[in-house]
Design a protein around this ligand. Sequence first.
Ligand code: GAR
Length: 212
Amino acid sequence: MSQEIFRSPKKRGRIAVFLSGRGSNFRAIHDAILAGKINAEIVLVFSNRPEAPGLAIARERGLETFVLNPKLYPTKEEYDREILKELLKREVDLVCLAGYMRILTPVLCQAYRYRIMNIHPALLPSFPGLNAQRQALEWGVKYSGATVHFVSEEVDMGPIILQAVVPVFQDDTEDSLAERILKEEHRIYPEAVRLFFEGKLEVRGRRVYIID
Ligand code: GAR
C-alpha cells in the first residue's frame, strides 16, 4: 500500500488562530508576520470564550475576531461544523491552535488534515493533555520543552513538526518551568508556520520532513 504524502503549499497563506486565553503564542505568530518573516496574514482570530484576553489583543491589532458559544450547540460536531463554515468562507489555509482548550472533533480534523497546527508545552508524546508542566515536574524529568505538531483525531498525537528542549531545575516551580518553555514556544511556533508557507513541510506517515 502506498503511503500518503502531504506537502505544504508555497503561497501567501491565510491563517485562522484559535485561542481560549492569554494569546501570547498568537502574538508571537502575528509579530513574525508583521516583521515579514512569515508569508501569510491572519484572517480570523476565533475563540470559544468571549472574555479571552487574546481576543482583545486581536481587536487592538485590527484583526477580525469571532466567538461562538459552545453551549448553544447540541453536539461538539455541530459546533465544529459551524466553525468549519467560517473557515471555508474565508478560504483559510492553516489553523493555528494557540492555547485553544477544546478538543477538535473529526469534523475539523478531517476537513483540515495537515492544515491544523498545535503548540504543546512538553516534549510529546510525554505529558499530553492538561497541566503538562506540572506533569513534567511530578515525573521528575530533567528536560522538558515544547512541541509544534499537526492535529489529528487523537489528542496531542499528530505528526511532530518542531520541538525545543529546556532543562528542568531542582528549584523549578510550575510557573518558572512554564516561563522557560513559553520562550521556546514563541520561537518554534512562528518558525513552523514560516516553513509551512514556504512549502517546506512534507508529511510521510508520522514523520514530518523539512525540505530545503
Ligand atoms: C501555552 O503554553 C500552550 O503551549 C498551552 O497553553 C498555553 C497558551 O498560552 N497549550 C496547551 O497546553 C495545549 N494542550 P498563550 O495563550 O499565551 O499562547
